[in-house]
Design a protein around this ligand. Sequence first.
Ligand code: HEM
Length: 358
Amino acid sequence: MWILSRYADIVSAGQDWQTYSSASGNLMTELPGRAGATLGSSDPPKHDRLRGLIQHAFMKRHLLDLEEPIRDIAKQVFGQLKGVKEFDFKDVSSQFTVKVLMAALGLPMGDEAIVPEQEVRDNAVMMVQSDARTRAKGPEHIAAYNWMQEYASKVIAMRKAEPRNDLISNFALAEIDGDRLDDREVLLTTTTLIMAGVESLGGFLMMFAYNLATFDEARRAVVANPDLLPDAIEESLRFNTSAQRFRRRLMKDVTIHGQTMKEGDFVCLAYGSGNRDERQYPNPDVYDISRKPRGHLGFGGGVHACLGTAIARLAVKIAFDEFHKIVPNYRRTADQLPWMPSSTFRSPLVLNLTVQSP
Ligand code: HEM
């Protein structure tokens, strides 16, 4: 496995899908059957077709329609913290994430729910993990992946029987010029959307809270002026993004910085490292919310750039808007944190915070 760690090299590789292919899987430790089958793990033209159909489905479910439901979810979830003196941020961020994703994708909730919300979250988080020692997928990770496929297939059947204006209905029935997805494509892509959404959004909320609980000055600034939240979010996506690295496979030999990587070799695009490249960002190890880090790699780049950027930015902003109304002043209780065992994603498993007086 080769690692591209410089900003410019990662950007070039992300655009050159003919050389840096995703069709052998993009997760550092890939799940069985996923390579070649989803938009994240395929190359154009298949990738573009899947992406077009999903974008089409996303457009129909307008983002503006989601703003109010997301705000209601945030008020309800973070409202539980009134009067609380110490808590694990994971407990609230995971509730918020699953509810938002369920609303955005159109997963059955409330009276219509077919499984408890927390089970969806737990399985999504488990399926992206790998064994901390062997770095391979263990039976518990594969079981979670199978659980998610079974769950997704039940939801797809429900939505096909009675379509609504939600992402999964639109996606399962999406058609461009008579072209439709087959059942396996719908199933694996829906499974991936749930996984990508829950893990990425949940993980990033934890990283953002971790940064604000660590850098007092930044927290005080965004609490005093919530209009600064979008800048702080972008800087967090640069400084220590939760989606740290993805892989590609070489379709031909490539020589770079005097080293020849061979056709068939795997290459890691180390987005987290590119974001700290001093050639691109001066003083890269400083968390500076006034930086406005244009072109950061927190959402990747090139043909596979994240499809959930708009909803992720909106959800994180609303979450912290509402969280700070209840808890404006907080600190971490521990220096050392337990981190998620994953070769692709990075976020703390637990983030205990104490509430300080305002
Ligand atoms: C802050 C939260 C998020 C972060 C940091 C993030 C990060 C990323 C990154 C780095 C990639 C590139 C993967 C690669 O290079 O192979 C990606 C792709 C993707 N993300 Fe996100 N993501 C987030 C939220 C979401 C959400 C909420 C959704 C869905 C609702 C989503 C759906 C996707 C999809 C479908 C792809 C694959 C796109 C393609 O291959 O064309 N993401 N994301």
